[in-house]
Design a protein around this ligand. Structure first.
Ligand code: HMG
Ligand code: MG
Length: 302
């Protein structure tokens, strides 16, 4: 069982990319600042994608520049191609993430190309990043099921993970994009991938659509995976993944880990403050079970 866990906070990117209510750039910056102040030292803050495709992530350059004063934190941004890489670099990005899919259907819907074509798009990004001293994280979506193609074989995930690893990604984040996975399937998939590349370089990015994300994370921790992607309040979803809800909530992950004696460095009270602030702007309460329980407890005590 993993004894140390690194949390990568997704709220400002995955969390906000699918929200109908517009969130100002100032509020996005304040959200990132509040998350770092709560102890989340690695935060994905935006995406350099087409603003026509995902208007919520427009002005990610302003967000990235706006948080450049924040110390002791690492900021990640998505880049789908060289155009995105250019813009991310111009805004000061030091870590970028490319994103592929384990299924052809999702690749086409999400980034308008086949899986093989997406790898060709990533090659120059990886080559330039290496020359620039920029670290590149690689995502694989739909590792436990695809909204278009259905079942995904663990071997398909493992093969793609190897491809991204060979291209130079330092970490592969395995996405259950539509949150359909269950623990034994998650374990099987993680075993297949970790048979090919070091488990220390894998991350779990599980959406919680069917309420299985914590159980799946626990199964992954038993396999030795030490990196978890989560979003404050359980925000999130992908505009190209019909029916998918948010990432596993950071509050829920922190509560589980602390309960297992695994220190996270996250101040739950401050995290709850950040979550409630953004939930107020979005006009609905957080879906996180722990955030809801803590908010209800506060209300009773008031
Ligand atoms: P395309 O149509 O194949 O690309 O889109 P294109 O090169 O033909 O360009 C089309 C237009 O997009 C042009 O503009 C380009 O300039 C522009 P137009 O001439 O029409 O005005 N363009 C860009 N603009 C800004 N930044 C760029 C960029 N590239 C082209 N980097 C593209 C390909 C990838 C750009 C498009 O499909 C896109 O932006 N898709 C959005 C993908 C996305 O953000 N999805 C959500 C994030 S992924 C996710 O949530 C999953 C994850 O969380 C893991 C998990 O849960 O599984 C990571
Ligand atoms: Mg996601």
């Amino acid at each position: 069982m993993s004894s140390h866990i690194r949390i990568i906070e997704m709220g400002p990117r995955d969390g906000l990319q699918n929200e109908k209510t517009p969130v100002s750039v100032e509020a996005r910056i304040a959200f990132v600042e509040a998350l770092v102040a709560a102890g989340l030292r690695t935060v994905e803050v935006g995406a350099f994608v087409s603003p026509k495709a995902v208007p919520q992530m427009a002005s990610s350059d302003v967000v990235l520049r706006g948080v450049s004063h924040v110390r002791d934190a690492e900021f990640h941004v998505l880049v789908p191609n060289e155009k995105g890489y250019d813009a991310a670099r111009a805004a000061g990005a030091k870590v970028v993430s490319v994103f592929a899919a384990a299924s052809e259907g999702f690749s086409r819907a999400n980034i308008n190309c086949s899986v093989a074509e997406s790898i060709e798009r990533f090659k120059p990004v990886l080559a330039r990043a290496k020359a620039d001293g920029v670290r590149v994280r690689g995502y694989i979506s739909c590792v436990l099921g695809c909204p278009f193609d259905g079942e995904i074989k663990p071997k398909a995930v493992a093969d793609l993970a190897m491809t991204l690893w060979d291209l130079g990604c330092y970490e592969i984040s395995l996405g259950d994009t539509i949150g359909v996975g269950t623990p034994l399937k998650a374990r099987e998939m993680l075993r297949a991938v970790s048979a090919e590349l070091p488990v220390a370089n894998l991350a779990m990015h599980f959406h919680d659509t069917y309420g299985q994300a914590l159980a799946n994370l626990y199964a992954g921790m038993e396999e030795g995976v030490r990196v978890i992607d989560s979003a404050a309040g359980g925000l999130g979803g992908c505009p190209y993944a019909p029916g998918a809800t948010g990432n596993v909530a950071t509050e829920d992950v922190v509560y589980m880990l602390e309960g297992m004696g695994i220190a996270t460095g996250v101040d739950m009270e401050r995290l709850l403050g950040a979550t409630n602030e953004i939930a107020g702007l979005l006009g609905r309460p957080p879906v996180s079970r722990v955030a809801s329980a803590l908010n209800a407890k506060k209300k009773r005590a008031a």
